[in-house]
Structure formats: C-alpha cells, structure tokens
Design a protein around this ligand. Structure first.
Ligand code: NAD
Length: 479
C-alpha cells in the first residue's frame, strides 16, 4: 500500500491516458469501424472530480478524489478504487478505459470505470480511512455514480475487502430497503456478501493466463522456451494482493521464483525463493532484504532486469519505460499491474521478440470474479447451494454402480475425490479458469490473423474494439 513508484525519466510528461489511446489507435486500423464509432469507444463518458472535507485529528483536510465512467455501452460500469498519492484525473481516466477493454475481452457484460482518492493510506488510522471512504461513497451516491445497475466499484491498489464493506454499508444506509444493495460494490468480505475466491482472483487469473501461453508449443517456440510452467524462472514486482497471489500460484505449481521486488528493494536467488518464507521474513524484519541465501538489490526496479523467463510487474504503471526496457532479460512479460509498460517500452521489447501479455487480458481475473460476486448478490444465493448435495449423491450412485460392475472398491481418497460436489470456491475457480483459457485463445486467434503485423496487446485491443464497436452499432446512436 506504499505509493513509491518508479517513474520514467525519458517520458517525463507521460500521459497514461494518451498511452492507452496510442495503443488503441495502433489496433483501430485493423478494425472496420468508422472514425465516429472509434472516437466514441475511446472517449470517457462521465468524469466526476470531487473535493470534500474530512476532519483528521483537530484539522480539516480537503480530500481530492475521482470516479470516471469510461463507457456506458453496457451497464453497470465496473472498476476498482485506488488509494495513492499518484492518483490524478489522467490516471483514473486511463484505468477506466482499460476496464472497458478488459470487460469486453473476458466477456463480462459491463462498461469500464475507475475511482481514485489522492491519499497515502499509510498516513491514516483505520478510523480516519473509514471516514474518508464513507464520505467518498456518499459523494458517489449523491451523483448516482454508484449502484448495482449503474456503477459497481471494487478494490484496487491500496484498498481491499475492508474498504468495500464500508462502501456497501454506506450505500445501504442511504438506500434503505434496496433489495439489491449488496451488489453496489464487489470484493467485499464473504460475511458482507462477498464471494469465495475473490481475494486471490486477479493473481490466480495471472497464473492461468501465463500457464495457457506456456502450454502452446508454437508460442513457446517463438521465445525459445519449452512448454509448461514447471521450472520456468519467474520475477515478480510488488507483493500486494495481485503480486503475492500470482507468485504463490506460480510457486505452488512448480515455477522457480528467482526474484522478488518491493518498494524497499529487491532480492534475487537463481536457485529459487520460497514465497511463503519470504513473506514471513518481511513481516518479521520489516524488509524483503537479507533473506537467507538471496542477493540484495538496493534499487528495487533493477530486480526486473535480472535473468528470468517470465517477469510479472504487479505494482503500478510506467515501471518499464524507455529508459530501462532494453535491460529487461525476460522472454515473457505478464502485465499483472495496469499499464506497467509505457508505449516506448512496448516498442523496444517487441523489437527484441519478447511476448508481452497485456494487462487488459492478464489481470482480468479480478473483474471476472467480481462479476460472479455481483451475480451472487443479485440472485441472493450462494453458488453451489442448490446442487452440491444433489451432485454428491449422483456421483456416489455412479461410483457405487461402477464398484458393483467391476467388483473393485475405490479407496477413501478416490471416493472423496470422485464424489465431491462443487463448493462456491470450486465453481468460482472453474469459471475463472475457463474465462482465462477461452479469452487467451480469442486473443491468440486475432494475433495470428494479423500475420506478425502486430503484438499481442494490439491483438487484444482489436478483440475489445470489435466487441464494443458492435455493441455501439447495435445500440444505435441517439439522433
Ligand atoms: P496492493 O496495494 O495490494 O499491492 C501493491 C504492492 O506493490 C504493495 O505491496 C506495494 O508496496 C508494492 N509496490 C509499490 N510500488 C512499488 C515499486 N516501485 N516496486 C516494487 N513494489 C512496489 O495493490 P494490488 O491490488 O495488488 O494492485 C497492483 C496492481 O494490479 C495495480 O496496477 C492494480 O491496478 C492492478 N490490479 C489489481 C486488481 C485487484 O483485484 N486488486 C485487479 C486488476 C488489476
């Protein structure tokens, strides 16, 4: 939740939103839409910039915050809320627009949005953060910028389930009796209407997405790697919600975590780091540094330049830019964060033949599971509640019949595995895995059809533009 960022030196006046537009334009020329439709897709539909007072100690602080709804082609709009001193309108607009493309890519029926409060959350007590969050939520209610059918926030950098529960409580208290109030925000604690599996969803989606790429022999040949995740050397930047869970799933599935970077510095060990033990070490000592057997890297950003197969930036935007891109040694970059590569970095890395798996696909696991949470809230029933027992009985009967037919008995472990009916978390993981695999191949097909004329990001943009463009065409434009 720290706000220290590696800012580009060359692209000093870099506009994140313009960077997204630049990538959009690169892809737009491969689509069939007239310029008016393309302009409409690109534009932010509503931008709400606000300032409100909050009493902190014996002083009044004026807090600056934003909510941007990038696209209303589908409602509600959806996107996280970020707490960081780097929050500004340009950043929130860029992040909101990425949400539109992200939702289109993973077939989640929402428009894109994003919110941000310009604060360093570490500076405030939990009570003060609650006051700021609740005031922000009530500002959103006043302007109709939140609601189950209008705009549904979620966690992002610097926020989590705790903030989401303050938001839902504020919303519900201002809208008494609204039966679907719980669906006004996702990423809530399970006790407040959250869905199991949401916390780790983005990191798990990152893992599923990279695993799918690594399973395609043809794609691996392009970068001179063998197929499969096992044994691949991985570096992760940022050990927050997304980075920690991504690292954990890579580690649990046989990848070798050779480097980890946090804001205080980085560590590297080509023999591999145990992610669980590193996190324990950081908790105990207050720093990632001095982990047994690993080399300390003073300048955290240099961790990303160490040898590896897969680099996962999972902190903030612009961390790989014109000034350091040429030193990156990874063959695959998985954009777990939003916008970690500037367009200049993209150009350099594409020329080097690095496969960049774009943010708007790779980190879509969060919004995918948020969609499941929203559906759960609207249906007012936990996933699996209706059919878990029915399926268990059915599987038990099949097993019993097989035992009778073969004359053999299943072991207790086999019996448990075979007759297990799906819990909520099983269904959430299954929906997420299916989404990440299906969307990878949609993007890959578009990528192949461009015949080497463009990178995977451009291909992902064409997929998104085609879906949003058709939506606008079919909606009809108001005369
Ligand atoms: P978080 O606040 O949980 O974690 C971010 C981590 O990055 C923190 O541990 C922080 O100390 C570290 N960090 C900050 N600056 C750093 C630097 N320069 N070098 C190394 N580490 C640094 O945030 P998060 O929710 O994990 O979000 C991370 C990124 O993923 C953001 O770009 C966010 O927009 C994106 N994202 C998040 C979600 C989600 O579900 N939370 C979904 C999609 C995308």
């Amino acid at each position: 939740m720290e706000t220290v960022t590696a800012k580009p030196t060359q692209e000093a006046h870099y506009s994140f939103f313009k960077g997204v537009e630049r990538n959009f334009d690169k892809a737009a020329k491969f689509t069939r839409f007239e310029s008016g439709i393309l302009e409409q897709i690109k534009a932010c539909n509503s931008v709400y910039s606000m300032k409100f007072p909050v009493r902190i100690g014996d002083k009044i602080e004026v807090i600056e915050a934003f909510r941007v709804q990038h696209s209303h082609h589908k409602l509600p709009c959806k996107g996280g809320i970020r707490y960081s001193m780097d929050v500004n309108q340009d950043e929130v607009m860029a992040l909101a627009s990425l949400m539109t493309y992200k939702c289109a890519i993973v077939n989640v029926p929402f428009g894109g949005a994003k919110g941000g409060i310009k604060i360093n959350p570490k500076k405030y007590t939990a009570f003060e953060l609650e006051k700021i969050t609740r005031r922000y939520a009530s500002e959103l209610v006043k302007k109709n910028f939140i609601g189950p059918g209008m705009d549904v926030p979620a966690p992002d950098y610097g926020t989590g389930a705790r903030e989401m529960s303050w938001i839902v409580d504020t919303y519900a208290s201002l809208k008494p009796g609204e039966v679907d109030a719980l669906a006004c925000v996702t990423g809530k604690p399970v006790s407040q209407g959250g869905v199991r599996g949401r916390t780790e969803a983005t990191g798990l989606g990152v893992y599923y997405g990279i695993r799918e790429l690594c399973n395609v022999a043809e794609d691996m040949k392009k970068v001179g790697l063998s197929t499969g995740i096992e044994g691949k050397k991985v570096i992760v930047q940022g050990l927050g919600n997304v980075g920690y869970h991504a690292a954990k799933f890579f580690f649990d599935n046989g990848a070798i975590i050779v480097g980890l970077a946090e804001y205080e510095g980085g560590i590297y060990d080509e023999k591999g780091l145990d992610i669980y033990k590193v996190v324990e070490h950081r908790k105990a000592t207050g720093s990632i540094h001095n982990y047994p057997g690993a080399t300390n890297i003073k300048n955290s950003a240099e961790t990303m330049e160490q040898p590896c197969d897969i680099l996962i930036p999972a902190a903030l935007e612009n961390v790989i830019n014109g000034s350091n891109a040429s030193r990156i040694q990874a063959k695959i970059i998985g954009e777990a964060a939003n916008g970690p590569l500037t367009p200049d970095a993209d150009d350099i890395l594409n020329k080097k033949g690095v496969i960049v798996v774009p943010d708007m696909y790779l980190n879509a696991g969060g919004v995918t599971v948020s969609y499941f949470e929203w559906l759960k809230n609207l249906s007012h029933v936990r996933f699996g509640r209706m059919d878990k027992r029915f399926r268990e009985n059915q599987y038990g009967n099949i097993l019993h019949a097989l035992e009778n037919l073969t004359g053999k008995k299943a072991s207790d472990i086999e019996r448990n595995q075979l007759s297990h009916g799906p819990d909520e978390v099983d269904l959430v993981y299954s929906g997420l895995e299916d989404t990440m695999i299906g969307s990878y191949h949609e993007i890959r097909e578009a990528w192949l059809s461009l015949n080497g004329a463009a990178d995977m990001r451009t291909a992902a943009f064409t997929v998104a533009i085609n879906k949003v463009g058709v939506s606008y065409e079919e909606l009809g434009i108001f005369p």
